[in-house]
Structure formats: structure tokens, C-alpha cells
Design a protein around this ligand. Structure first.
Ligand code: SF4
Ligand code: SF4
Length: 399
């Protein structure tokens, strides 16, 4: 196995620094690697879909590098996950430019559309407007991706059963599928996951659930039970947020063992593939090794146990704080932005989240006592005060 990793590392380096920067330096090496891959990669079928995927796919969200996508594709990764809103559309544009000359059946691609839930819930959009908005954004995504269809289209970031069963959104998803603009439809969730998965099952039409699952969530047993139920019903399960925030501290001095964390998730055979964020070649190489060997070493198990004892940066999405804020703030979303900023060091994504929820100047500064009881004992007011400072920073100033 060691030999495999070393060979692959060399291969990837060759692939990245070869002529034109992204071409494989030696066809012979590439062919050898192709054969090697067939023998060692673990594949799983995505529920009742006809997609059979390696257990590691690529979360493209925080990558703007076609070279990295090329290296992932060459290494055996087949599925690429993006969203309409990632990098203000540039993520889809980058993928579209990269894949435009590549055979459409050699990869699969998913995108996600986040309905404006605030406007929907406040009754500011009627069902026709909700459906039209969803399909209009899909049309833009397909244009950016330079394809006539995606393989999976998600209703993004559902946090309740109602978010899944909203008739206008379901209608938009089913219309897109009927018109051949997506092969499968899904829902993504990083909050209140058990209820969302149950609603996906009950809908009878959702093909795939993209779900936050990791070793740190206090309610991961309940999530895994629903995952098992959904998998039994033929729903494809894709894991995200497997890294649980990547770091335990804001100063980024205590990294989570992300490789061990990914193995922990993928040891559950009801989870068919995963989309860890791949942002650099060393992360790609690390994830490739998981694709071939899911066994946790003793050291890795210890790392997870130790990390599990610390609150860290990851908000469980447990829903316990929903409705507790005196000002009705979407605390979970703000904590997610905090994690993007300090755990992933991705201030742009954090900025995008707080912009989407309309967070401005620190809303907690005139609140004399925070009413929120967080299961992680997060100091919510302090974290909101910290991350809200981003709202006054022009996006162009962020790396
Ligand atoms: S301090 Fe902030 S988060 Fe806490 S209740 Fe007040 S406004 Fe809400
Ligand atoms: S902020 Fe705390 S209580 Fe609220 S969803 Fe996150 S972990 Fe749960």
C-alpha cells in the first residue's frame, strides 16, 4: 500500500508539472496508474441510481484550480460537486471550462441551488415565482458548466422537513429531471439532518441525499440511523463536512486528523461516496489513500477520540438553538460562517454566507444577555460579534 501512495504521489507531481502544466508527463506511467487504480479503489453504487462511484469524490467548493481538478480526474475521482453560489458562480465557470472538451460520460457533476428560504417562509414569493427562480438559476448554472445536464441537482441546505417538501421546489426539481436537465434530484443538509432525511424518504421522489456527517456531531447516531433507512429505500447517500471544521481552534494550531475523520465516515457502507473539500495537491493525495484503505490505525483512532472531547469550531447543526435568539438570528448559519473563516481559512465563503443571511453590524452588541444555550457551550454572542466584522469588508479585499 505504501508503494501505491508513493507511486501516486510521483504521478500527481508529474501530472501537475508536465508540459502545458496539466498534462500527464508519461503515457506509460498514466496507463500503469489506471490499471493500479482499478485494482485498489473502493467503489459503491449510489442507491438506485446507475452511478457507481469511488468512495471519495471531489468537493470543488473552495478550489479555483483546473489543474487540481485534472489531477483528481486522472487519479480516479469521478464525481465533482459544486453549487450555483460557490465563488459567486466562478466555481461552476471553472469546471465548465475544464470539462468542455472532456467526454461527458467520463465524469459526473452535481450542482446545488439554494432557494431563498427567508422570502419563501415570509410569503414574499408565490409558488410560481419559487419554481421560476429555481429553474432560472439552473439555466445559468448549466450555461456556466457548458453542459445540457448535470447528474445530480440538489435543493441546497434544507434544514427542515418543510424545506424538502415545499411543493414549488419539488416541482422545479421534477421538471428539471423530466426535461433532462438533471439525471437525478437530491437534497443537501447540514442542519437537523435526521428530519430532512426522513422527509426525503417520505417524498418518494428524492434520489440522493447529501448530508453532513462526521465523528464530532453529538447526534451522529441518529443521523446514521436515518442514513441506513434511506439507503435501504434506495436513496443514494453522499457525505459532506467529514472534516468537522478541519481545526479545533481559531488560531489553527490544533488540526483535526482529516484522513482519519474521512475513514470514520466511509466505514459506514450506507454512505456511498463523500465530497471532502480538495484544495491542494497534498489534500488530494491524502484523500486518495482513503479511497483504497478505510482501516483506522490505533493512532488515528486516538486522534479522533481526543478531538471528540474538544468543542472545536464545528457547529453540530443540531437545531437545539433554533428559535432561542431574541432577535431571531439564524445562529447555525452564522456558526457555519465562523467555521469557514477560522477552520477552513476561507473568508470569502464565510463572507458569502453572512451576506446571504443579511448579517450586518454586530447584532449582539445591544443585547444585554444572550438567551442561547448551545450544546457545544459556544459563546454565541462573542462569535457573532467576531464574524459580523466581515460584513463591512468588501469582498474583493478577501483572499
Ligand atoms: S446576544 Fe446575539 S445571539 Fe444572543 S440572543 Fe442576543 S442577539 Fe441573539
Ligand atoms: S450553535 Fe450550538 S446549539 Fe446551535 S446548532 Fe450549533 S451546536 Fe447546536
Amino acid at each position: 500500500m505504501k508503494q501505491t501512495s508513493l507511486s501516486r504521489r510521483n504521478f500527481l507531481k508529474t501530472s501537475l508539472i508536465g508540459t502545458a502544466g496539466i498534462t500527464v508527463g508519461s503515457k506509460a506511467i498514466a496507463n500503469t496508474m489506471q490499471e493500479e487504480k482499478k485494482k485498489t479503489i473502493i467503489y459503491r453504487k449510489l442507491g438506485n441510481t446507475d452511478l457507481v462511484l469511488p468512495i471519495v469524490s471531489m468537493g470543488v467548493m473552495r478550489s479555483d484550480s483546473p489543474n487540481l481538478v485534472k489531477a483528481a480526474l486522472d487519479s480516479g475521482i469521478k464525481h465533482f460537486d459544486t453549487a450555483h453560489g460557490y465563488q459567486q458562480g466562478n466555481n461552476e465557470l471553472m469546471l465548465g471550462n475544464f470539462f468542455k472538451d472532456i467526454s461527458r460520460d467520463s465524469y459526473t457533476i452535481a450542482t446545488k441551488i439554494h432557494p431563498d428560504r427567508k422570502k419563501i417562509n415570509d410569503g414574499e414569493m408565490n409558488p410560481e415565482e419559487v419554481k421560476k427562480d429555481f429553474l432560472d438559476r439552473l439555466a445559468i448554472s448549466l450555461q456556466r458548466l457548458q453542459t445540457d445536464h448535470v447528474d445530480i441537482l440538489y435543493n441546497h441546505a434544507a434544514g427542515s422537513a418543510e424545506d424538502v417538501t415545499n411543493e414549488a421546489i419539488l416541482d422545479a426539481l421534477l421538471t428539471a429531471k423530466k426535461e433532462g436537465k438533471t439525471r437525478y434530484i437530491g437534497v443537501s443538509t447540514h442542519r437537523n439532518e435526521p428530519d430532512v432525511i426522513q422527509a426525503a424518504i417520505d417524498s418518494g421522489v428524492i434520489d440522493v441525499v447529501l448530508v453532513a456527517i462526521n465523528f464530532k456531531q453529538q447526534h451522529n447516531t441518529q443521523i446514521k440511523e436515518k442514513i441506513a433507512l434511506a439507503a435501504e429505500k434506495g436513496i443514494g447517500i453522499i457525505a459532506m463536512k467529514t472534516m468537522a471544521g478541519a481545526f479545533l481552534d481559531k488560531e489553527r494550531t490544533q488540526p483535526i486528523n482529516c484522513k482519519a475523520a474521512l475513514k470514520w465516515v466511509m466505514q459506514d457502507t450506507n454512505v456511498h461516496t463523500s465530497i471532502p473539500a480538495i484544495t491542494a495537491i497534498d489534500i488530494l493525495i491524502e484523500n486518495l489513500s482513503v479511497m483504497e484503505n478505510l482501516e483506522l490505525t490505533e493512532d488515528e483512532m486516538k486522534d479522533l477520540q481526543t478531538a471528540g472531547l474538544v468543542a472545536g469550531l464545528y457547529c453540530d447543526g443540531c437545531n437545539e438553538c433554533t428559535g432561542q435568539c431574541r432577535k431571531g438570528l439564524p445562529v447555525h448559519d452564522i456558526m457555519r460562517a465562523y467555521m469557514y473563516a477560522y477552520g477552513y481559512n476561507d473568508f470569502k465563503q464565510a463572507h458569502s454566507v453572512i451576506k446571504d443571511i443579511g448579517l450586518g453590524d454586530n447584532p449582539c452588541k445591544d443585547c444585554d444577555q444572550c438567551t442561547i444555550k448551545c450544546i457545544r457551550n459556544f459563546n454565541i454572542a462573542e462569535k457573532i460579534g467576531d464574524i459580523s466584522r466581515l460584513s463591512s469588508v468588501p469582498e474583493d479585499f478577501l483572499a
